[in-house]
Design a protein around this ligand. Structure first.
Ligand code: SF4
Ligand code: SF4
Length: 126
């Protein structure tokens, strides 16, 4: 991630240090969507479905060790996930389009009516 050595991070405001995202189970019943609604009711918590139909929860919150200059304050001690992050695949250098994005309970209800109930949802490949 952002570092002095990382020339390809020039011009980026450390996008990759400003959120946490992790994969979640694909909702397969109306009951499952109750959890999705609960997630997005929280401030700065979103859910999205990526290009491969994999569902993720996303917490928009900066790392506590991101400096005002957008550089890592603990560069030598940064976690493995930060060390292994590939600039070539990051959001700053690539166009990623989410298939669906849920920021509000209405977004979830719309998806249920227009996609899920019509059987148009997809389960990602294993
Ligand atoms: S999002 Fe990409 S360009 Fe920006 S700091 Fe992270 S790795 Fe560098
Ligand atoms: S530890 Fe450093 S590189 Fe990792 S998220 Fe925090 S600021 Fe970014």
């Amino acid at each position: 991630m952002k570092s002095d050595e990382c020339k390809s991070c020039e011009g980026c405001k450390a996008e990759c240090c400003r959120y946490v995202a992790m994969e979640i189970d694909t909702p397969e019943s109306l009951e499952d969507f109750e959890d999705i609604k609960w997630y997005v009711l929280h401030k700065n918590v979103n859910v999205y479905v990526d290009e491969d139909y994999v569902w993720h929860i996303e917490f928009i919150t900066p790392c506590e060790f991101l400096g005002d200059d957008n550089k890592c304050l603990i560069y030598d001690k940064r976690p493995k996930i930060c060390r292994e992050y590939d600039q070539e695949e990051c959001t700053f250098h690539n166009e990623y389009s989410e298939r669906y994005s849920f920021k509000t309970i209405e977004d979830v209800e719309k998806y249920i009516e227009e996609v899920f109930k019509k059987g148009l949802h997809k389960i990602p490949d294993d």
